[in-house]
Ligand binder design. Sequence first.
Ligand code: E4P
Length: 224
Amino acid sequence: MKLLIDDANLDAIRQLYQFYPIDGVTTNPTILSKAGRPPFDVLREIRAFIGPDADLHVQAVASGAQGMVEDAHRITEQLGENTLVKIPCVPEGFQAMKILVKEGVRVTGTAVYTPMQAYLAARCGAEYAAPYINRIDNMGFDGIAVAKEIQDIFTNNGLSTQILAASFKNSQQVLELCRCGVGASTVSPDVIRSFVNSPAIAAAVDAFAADFERLTGVRSMKEC
Ligand code: E4P
């Protein structure tokens, strides 16, 4: 499972890249609105930091297939070819996907709440389909089960599209999908940080250092 950051805050992105094996960044219009600056300024800074080869997913905003195609052209022209254009899985979105995939634009089908949306995105040639795990949970359904069903649909129909699971509120949801080996998960900085925040972890590491210090008087191998 690839791990991406679902955020546009460059300080958070830099910090997480420093510590963890991160495979790219995803944004949506809501995330960009939180940055409060011209969207392409923010996105160009993210692209410059992650480099030209990393995946950056950016959402088309226009409604109507033609508008989405035009948004996609602007997004890839500004941010490079390894930018995946997120297209909502609505009827006009599928129409746009078919056009874009023919042109060689990499597409992520987004706003996926049902397995059949993911199936249609895959049949249109999307590279990823993004089920919104927590939002599905909040509707009274089971987001993890929906993602597993999508995984089965892709496998059983010989579709090469991968799941890009999105909308997580806790690390348990990410763990469940990691266990199933979905293609990718995009996760907010806070939830990524929570992967390694148990007091037991810090206590174990401190206890090792303290034992070593009792033995040697120092807390590093290079000093003893
Ligand atoms: C990804 O494609 C979605 O835009 C995003 O993960 C939604 O997350 P949220 O439900 O936390 O807003």
